[in-house]
Design a protein around this ligand. Sequence first.
Ligand code: TMP
Length: 209
Amino acid sequence: MSLPRGKFITLEGTEGVGKTTNLTFIQEWLEQKNVPLIVTREPGGTPLAEELREMLLRKRDEPVDASAELLMVFAARAQHLNQVIRPALERGEWVLCDRFTDATYAYQGAGRGLSLEMIETLENLVQEELRPDLTIVLDIDVETGLARASDRAALDRFESEAVEFFHRVRGGYRTRVAQQPDRYRVIDAGQNLKAVQSDVAAVLEQLGL
Ligand code: TMP
């Protein structure tokens, strides 16, 4: 008898929402419940995909064409999906991924203004039927998030975008949530950390853990 497929959980949000802290919280929560788990991220998650990530995030003098950016995102995703995510799910392990295709709809779609149909075509091509089982969206006021992110190391190519870009990105996430409310849980990341984590825990409990 084959193992049941593991669950695929993704974490999303704009800059400075506290993704890293909450990812660790979710990881520890699941490990405590003895859920077999891998934790990974996009763009990235394999050596090749991490190289593509570096290429995507690095600031450069040459303007980056939005469709070239989109194709690099999906090139990284194809590698990550087929080398890491699908094999783990097939082994019955859960996959906790820091960002996935919702980020493409939000950043390349809403942010850069690329057609959602083009993104959907690539999504179907690269992922076939695979979609996350659950996506937690950490939501915060754009200005508050950017202020938090600017306290960190030097800004990358995305973080250096103008504030309007992040308003569009946040709007992009909200549209996705409104279109398929069952797959998403939105958490107010503007609360104090304890309150955010208590909301995250409530979401995980709903998974029957
Ligand atoms: P991170 O710093 O939150 O890990 O994400 C790296 C950046 O990559 C972030 O600014 C969002 C961007 N990104 C996209 O533009 N499209 C995507 O599909 C993904 C996964 C990330």
